[in-house]
Design a protein around this ligand. Structure first.
Ligand SMILES: NC(=O)c1ccc[n+]([C@@H]2O[C@H](COP(=O)([O-])OP(=O)(O)OC[C@H]3O[C@@H](n4cnc5c(N)ncnc54)[C@H](O)[C@@H]3O)[C@@H](O)[C@H]2O)c1
Ligand SMILES: [Zn+2]
Length: 351
């Protein structure tokens, strides 16, 4: 199976293609073909190197896995790797990994000799449906997540089904959280397809990876990307509707922050989506059925949405959100499945 879609980037003359490939052998030959006769540097992390067959053939720079590695020190290591391989302005970087590797490699590519292309090869579900699309790159620092970065659209994104075979269940669930988010904020049919998939799973059980039907999920990756790229195409720099992609994230980031990052991102977003839906219900912006459907779909996929932090503490933590301004935040709230709206609140009224 090889399939592809094209993404146009509005304030640039560029556009890029996203390819969908079924097996790793075909993936690597596509990546080689895309590199062509240019010099390149591949970047990956240790887990991906060990678990995904064929990565070592690219002689990559290998970073330790984990969000804490998404820092400037590793950017320097990637740039130095580029100099060692004598990359020039015509060369290309290749990110093979999850969002951490993709964000860092994209950022390094935007800096190397003032910018060289990057090919994104996402190997987590989250990177496939979210972080490899849209051109945001960057690293974290002591002051917060993603505070240093750039916009640097990929030259091409190449997505492979077989890469998901080694991905742990929790990481599949993280990606599912973002797919469900895409359904709620912009595509009722995508939500329904995910709902149908979730209903075919055994009820009330802790979902194992086998139960999760990775083939079925991969079949919906393209639709999920379509939601994101439609929004990105119309608003690359987050002036307006790109903010819809923050659904569940203003609550989610606050929850991650309070839990000292014990609660994984995917679960925090799931809790955040349910909180946003309940908040919308409270403001009579959506009905109870919408809230129930949102809560149920996460549960069916085995993603817990219970959270015992007091609401006031969650709103207080939003004060550290980089998108808050003058004590106000713009929440993204569902009107119904497939449609969201901004709703600005003054945090002091909820703390
Ligand atoms: N740029 C954007 O627009 C954007 C959007 C969303 C998220 N992000 C960023 O993405 C990051 C999260 O990405 P993530 O969830 O992919 O995390 P990640 O890159 O840390 O990967 C998760 C884990 O899976 C492992 N892994 C990756 N591929 C594997 C495979 N095929 N088999 C086995 N193990 C594998 C990794 O080593 C890691 O331990 C965050 O830093 C977040 O800020 C960026
Ligand atoms: Zn997210």
């Amino acid at each position: 199976m090889t399939d592809s879609i094209t993404v146009h980037v509005p304030d640039h003359t560029t556009e890029y293609e996203i390819d969908f490939i079924s097996d790793l052998d075909s993936l690597w030959s596509s990546v080689r073909k895309q590199i062509g006769d240019r010099k390149f540097l591949a970047v990956t992390d240790k887990n991906v190197l060990e678990k995904v067959k064929g990565v070592s053939g690219f002689d990559p720079v290998v970073i330790k896995p984990g969000e804490s590695e998404k820092n400037l020190k590793n950017i320097e290591i990637i740039l130095q790797g580029g100099f060692e391989k004598e990359l020039d302005r015509h060369s290309v970087l290749v990110a093979i990994g999850g969002g951490v590797i993709g964000d860092m490699t994209g950022f390094a590519a935007s800096l190397y000799m003032r910018g060289i292309p990057v090919i994104q090869v996402p190997t987590t579900l989250l990177a496939m449906v979210d972080s490899s699309i849209g051109g945001k790159t960057g690293v974290d620092c002591a002051q917060g997540k993603n505070l240093i970065g750039s916009f640097h659209a990929p030259e091409r994104v190449i997505i492979c089904r077989e890469a998901l075979d080694t991905l742990p269940k929790e990481e599949i669930q993280n990606g599912l959280g973002e797919m469900i988010k895409h359904g709620i904020l912009g595509d009722e049919k995508h939500f329904e397809d995910l709902e149908t998939l979730s209903q075919s799973l055994p009820r009330g059980e802790k979902q194992s990876k086998k139960n999760l039907d990775v083939d079925g999920i991969f079949g919906l990756v393209q639709d999920s990307i379509a939601v994101k790229h439609k929004i990105v195409e119309s608003d690359e720099r987050e002036s307006g509707i790109r903010g819809f992609l923050n659904l569940g994230h203003t609550f989610g980031h606050a929850i991650e922050h309070i839990s000292k990052y014990e609660i994984p991102h995917g679960r925090a977003v799931a809790i955040g989506c349910v909180m946003a839906a309940n908040f919308a219900l409270d403001k009579e912006m959506c009905d109870e059925e919408t809230v129930d459907r949102i809560e149920n779909i996460f549960h069916q996929f085995g993603i817990e949405t219970f959270c015992d932090f007091p609401e006031s503490e969650i709103f207080a933590a939003m004060k550290t959100d980089k998108k808050q301004k003058d004590g106000k935040v713009k929440l993204v709230l569902p009107r119904k499945i497939g449609e969201v709206e901004f709703y600005e609140i003054l945090l002091s009224e909820y703390i």
